[in-house]
Design a protein around this ligand. Structure first.
Ligand code: PMP
Length: 302
């Protein structure tokens, strides 16, 4: 099932934050000879606001700054400026619960693989986006099809950066899965081990144990880390390890974690079906609860 997209993004209205200023949505334009477009020299974040507060904003901002450094550029704004701009943008657009997309990229000064003279830009957009998959998929569990493309080895891709360049194979894989009637793709890694979905991490449940692939060649998601921390409060054992495709039929439950999908049940991977979403549901509820607690904690500090 495809995500709900009510209006093309360039036709929306509201405000964006671009290089230190608010600009009207429709006026946030780039030149076609932008390095970020030609050579994928861009890094971004996906964040969610719950009741007006951005969940783990500091961690997302640090990851954004670090992703840029990994791609050999420095974002010309500090963490505090970015965080203030994010909240100001939410206020200006009257968004209380929504998704936030900061993106930094190399400009149009140089078109060549070397581009150290390029100006670095930063934009932040925000919009209301209640769900990544549609409601019925979220309730019944989404379906994944194993992709042909694989996550590359760490020596071939700076996997810790949330960089646009990583998403080419994600798009190809998700298109193929959707064409075959699935919601998303399961990506294996270069060794053939289970890695993640196209934009979310993966967990399996057996007895009271959570099994999840070691993030040694893909993003160690902020939601993944939050769910691992929550699992201990529910007396669940978390085992981070190599998981092989042959093991998929040995688990009782499966779910995804990510800023966009939150904690989302998986009902099927290829021909394997997962009928239950019990511990996953408990974790999904605990995660939701944490987004509220997070807000209360912030209120307490302020
Ligand atoms: N893997 C990939 C490839 C992603 O794009 C995302 C979404 N950022 C994740 C995992 C989950 O990360 P997070 O929980 O930080 O959103």
């Amino acid at each position: 099932m495809t995500p709900l997209i009510p209006l093309p993004f360039d036709q929306r209205t509201g405000w964006l934050w671009l290089d230190g200023e608010f600009v009207e949505w429709g006026n946030a334009r780039l030149h076609v000879l932008t390095h970020g477009l030609h050579y994928a020299s861009s890094v971004f974040e996906g964040e969610r606001a719950y009741s007006g507060q951005v969940f783990r904003l500091e961690e997302h901002t640090q990851r954004l700054l670090e992703s840029a450094r990994i791609l050999d550029f420095e974002i010309p704004f500090g963490a505090q400026e970015i965080e203030c701009a994010t909240h100001a943008l939410l206020n200006k657009n009257s968004i209380v619960d929504g998704y936030i997309r900061p993106i930094a990229w190399r400009g149009s000064e140089q078109i060549s693989t070397a581009a150290r003279a390029s100006r670095i830009h930063l934009a932040i957009a925000a919009w209301e986006w209640p769900r990544y998959f549609d409601k019925s998929a979220h309730q019944a569990g989404i379906s994944l099809q194993t992709a042909v493309w694989r996550r590359p080895p760490p020596c071939s891709s700076p996997f810790n950066a949330k960089a646009a360049s990583h998403y080419m194979i994600a798009t190809l894989s998700k298109h193929a899965a959707e064409r075959n009637g699935f919601d998303d793709a399961l990506m294996l890694d270069w060794r053939g081990q289970v890695a993640e979905a196209t934009s979310a991490n993966l967990f399996f449940v057996r007895d009271r144990e959570l099994h999840t692939p070691l993030p040694d060649c893909f993003l160690n998601g902020i939601t993944r880390q939050a769910v691992i921390a929550l699992a201990s409060s529910l007396d669940l054992r978390v085992i981070e390890r190599a998981i092989l495709p042959e093991e998929l039929c040995q688990f009782d439950e499966c779910f995804l974690t990510g800023t966009a999908v939150e904690v989302c049940p998986v009902g099927r991977i290829d021909d394997h079906r997962y009928q239950k979403f019990k511990l996953g549901k408990a974790l999904a509820n605990a995660f939701r609860e944490q987004t509220i607690t997070h807000k209360k904690e912030l209120e307490h500090v302020m």
